[in-house]
Write a protein that binds this ligand. Sequence first.
Ligand code: HEC
Ligand code: HEC
Length: 82
Amino acid sequence: MLEAIRAMGKAFGDSHGCVVCHGGTPGAETKEEAHRRGSPAALAAVGPTKFYPDPGSMTVAHRTCGMCHPSHPYRLERACPL
Ligand code: HEC
Ligand code: HEC
């Protein structure tokens, strides 16, 4: 999974791959710039549309984990309460 994330991140200017799940601005040198609203345009078309502090949130999982694991958001939404 790490290899897939790094390869995808590299395509968007972030060889560590953080942008794949968190969105934001690759190459930024300050926290404010890195976390400003928005993501690389080509990524925003399929994945994170802006900086997500918690990429696992049900509100955005289809744009993060769900890019590679389409059934993951589906299962999250249908999890039974304990
Ligand atoms: C596979 C998707 C994914 C990738 C890639 C990813 N993260 Fe995360 N990150 C998450 C998720 C999901 C959470 C929320 C975890 C939680 O709430 O327990 C998170 C949380 C965080 C947090 C908050 C931790 C806290 O305790 O509040 C930081 C900081 C962070 N990530 C930094 C990074 C950095 C830096 C990178 C790149 C090296 C990165 N992440 C790559 C999914 C990812
Ligand atoms: C860039 C694509 C990508 C993203 C984004 C991604 N994954 Fe993965 N994930 C993979 C790949 C590739 C594997 C390895 C699949 C395999 O070995 O068959 C994997 C494996 C896994 C596995 C192990 C599954 C198993 O059957 O052993 C889990 C659990 C998982 N990912 C959860 C997540 C979660 C949760 C997120 C979001 C926070 C996430 N993944 C985001 C690509 C990704």
